[in-house]
Design a protein around this ligand. Structure first.
Ligand SMILES: [Zn+2]
Length: 330
């Protein structure tokens, strides 16, 4: 739990706990179709990615003002701090908010009110990654990137999330080229529910530096060899995989085999309010369910900083890495 780690796959909208959802609903006069937090928590049972996404988008209705986004981010950072997170690269989904009449500025400025103070207040350095919704059109993604231009000093990169199957990476070639031209880093969800070919395409067509999830790479030995050779990081989310039925039980998770194969794996929480745990909870869960030893856990923590976008501050990365090496397991 307290092992120093970076979180590289975290959707800020997926940190909305039922209690905060009701608090924001009351503040904004939004009616939620659930009697109380208990009833809402019961709805956090999913059959697959789509059933989760339906609730995820429904609950976003409570996020209206800068202060709402600030409160959301502060709640996440406070919890992450208790789970050993020292650095967080946070995804947000502006299209889901713009579609509800909440503009880019409200989202970014609101999040920034929390992120700007995060180091002093929570001891966590942060970066922001703008994600495109892959089930929306390529034109919508381009418009979203355009709307983000006034805020690029606060955004380190772009990502691609939401419903994967049927929305291959190639659909977003143009917007990724535009993002690269703006100096933005590039990541994408691939190989969660979608086939290994989507991972290859994200690398070749979108030029991504990290793959989010990527666990279906294990179906292709050639792809595994390439990911190992090129040291492409994978941001795995074990508890998410169980909740969304990508794996049946945590004990079946391919993480140990992926580490044995030499893949640069990291462990993250994805949408922790919905999937039953934050970053440290995910480390704890893989330790007990998969029997990972101290050196494997240390490797996962080390990988998280190696894979992070801290290239502008190598001194900080070195400091975090030495914290990992010095960590003593209790
Ligand atoms: Zn995700």
């Amino acid at each position: 739990m307290s092992l120093p780690k970076a979180e590289l796959h975290l959707h800020i909208e997926g940190t909305l706990e039922p209690e905060l959802a009701f608090e924001l609903a009351a503040r904004n006069g939004v009616e939620l179709p659930y009697a109380d937090t208990e009833a809402l928590r019961k709805a956090y049972q999913f059959d697959d990615l789509q059933s989760f996404l339906n609730l995820y988008y429904e609950l976003m209705a409570v996020l209206r003002t800068e202060r709402d986004f600030e409160d959301l981010a502060n709640a996440y950072l406070a919890r992450a701090a208790t789970q050993g997170v020292r650095h967080a690269e946070i995804f947000f989904d502006p299209q889901a908010h713009i579609a509800r009449g909440v503009d880019m500025g409200t989202v970014v400025e609101g999040l920034w009110r929390a992120l700007g103070d995060s180091e002093a207040r929570h001891g966590i350095s942060t970066q922001l990654i703008l994600c495109f919704l892959r089930d929306e059109s390529a034109e919508s993604a381009l418009r979203t990137l355009e709307a983000a231009k006034p805020y690029l000093d606060r955004i380190v990169g772009v990502g691609l999330d939401s419903a994967e199957v049927g929305h291959p990476p190639v659909k977003f070639r143009e917007v990724y080229e535009a993002a690269a031209a703006l100096g933005l880093r590039r990541v994408a969800h691939a190989g969660e529910e979608g086939p290994p070919e989507y991972i290859t395409e994200a690398l070749d067509v979108l030029g991504v530096e990290r793959i989010d999830h990527g666990l279906r790479c294990m179906e292709s030995p050639e792809l595994v060899a390439r990911l190992v050779r090129d040291r492409i990081p994978l941001t795995l989310c074990p508890l998410s995989n169980v909740r969304l039925r990508t794996v049946d039980v945590l004990g079946d998770h391919p993480l140990p085999a992926m580490l044995d194969a030499g893949l640069l794996c990291t462990v993250n929480s994805d949408d922790p309010a919905y999937f039953g745990g934050y970053a440290g909870d995910n480390f704890d869960a893989v330790r007990s369910a998969l029997g990972l030893g101290e050196e494997q856990l240390r490797e996962l923590a080390r990988n998280s900083f190696v894979a992070s976008f801290l290239d502008h501050d190598e001194e900080r990365r070195t400091r975090y890495l030495s914290e990992v090496e010095a960590y003593e397991f209790g």
